[in-house]
Design a protein around this ligand. Structure first.
Ligand code: PGA
Length: 254
């Protein structure tokens, strides 16, 4: 079955107000009107509204980089799913390795956030991936297995059909060191088989699995050409419109 390629830009804590609007405008203007790719921009929360306004009626969506899984209340400094929806978000990145490592997010946290995102009508982009140490200890599959079981805990097959996964080997993020297409494909195939076990084959075949970790225009075609790689979550290269558009252009058009 065909899964529509999905390329998302994770701007992290980069860009300032003017640069965010300029970048969004350049991506909007540069996206070919016949592109078959689904595209999202995930700026820092403060700029979501401005980026959304800049995109106007372009098909490009916006997404948050995190949320707090509670309804309104006394949670100083936090932003919930309804607020992301308010400013026009369609997506939210959850469980990025930087949040897992720097903010101590657990699989259980990610599962609560995923539930909140789905309940609010957002598409969660759930990130998983092993560290270099874990890969060298041949623990990649077991790490990914437990992250998926934990982060997607409690989801029904109908819920699961609405999520996107992003496999991002931690050693490839921001390092310029990309997984080879074969390495990435092997993990993506493993993930799809696991999703089949958890949610049934039909749902597993529907779920998009993005690859993330130093994706660039020069390596995107080979990565996105793999049978189980359905898109990319792009950090550094999403900060330059030309590079981000180059990755989108490299996506299979069928
Ligand atoms: P990178 O980041 O493309 O800069 O490696 C990817 C990510 O962290 O989502």
């Amino acid at each position: 079955m065909s899964r529509r390629t999905f390329v998302a830009g994770n701007w992290k804590m980069n860009t300032r107000a003017d640069a965010a609007v300029a970048l969004a405008g350049a991506v909007r203007d540069g996206l070919p009107s016949d592109s078959r790719c689904e595209v999202a921009l995930c700026p820092p929360s403060l700029y979501l509204h401005a980026v959304r306004q800049t995109l106007g009626d372009s098909p490009i969506g916006v997404g948050g980089q995190n949320l707090y899984p509670e309804a309104d209340g006394a949670f100083t400094g936090e932003i919930n799913a309804a607020m992301l929806v308010d400013v026009g978000c369609r997506y939210v990145i959850l469980g990025h390795s930087e949040r897992r490592q720097l903010m101590g997010e657990t699989d259980q946290d990610v599962a609560s956030k995923c539930r909140a995102a789905l309940d609010a009508g957002l598409t969660p982009i759930v990130c998983i991936g092993e560290t270099l140490e874990q890969r060298e200890a041949e623990m990649t599959n077991s790490v990914v297995d437990s992250q998926i079981r934990g982060s997607l805990h409690g989801l029904s097959p109908e819920d699961a059909a609405r999520i996107v996964l992003a496999y991002e080997p931690v050693w490839a993020i921001g390092t310029g060191r990309t997984a080879t297409p074969e390495q990435a494909e092997a993990v993506h195939a493993f993930i799809r088989a696991l999703l089949g076990e958890l949610f049934g084959e039909a749902v597993a075949n529907q779920i998009r699995i993005q690859y993330g970790g130093s994706v660039k225009p020069g390596n995107a075609a080979e990565l996105l050409g793999q049978p189980n790689i359905d898109g990319a979550l792009v950090g550094g290269a999403s900060l330059k419109a030309e590079d981000f558009l180059g990755i989108i252009a490299a996506a299979p058009q069928s």
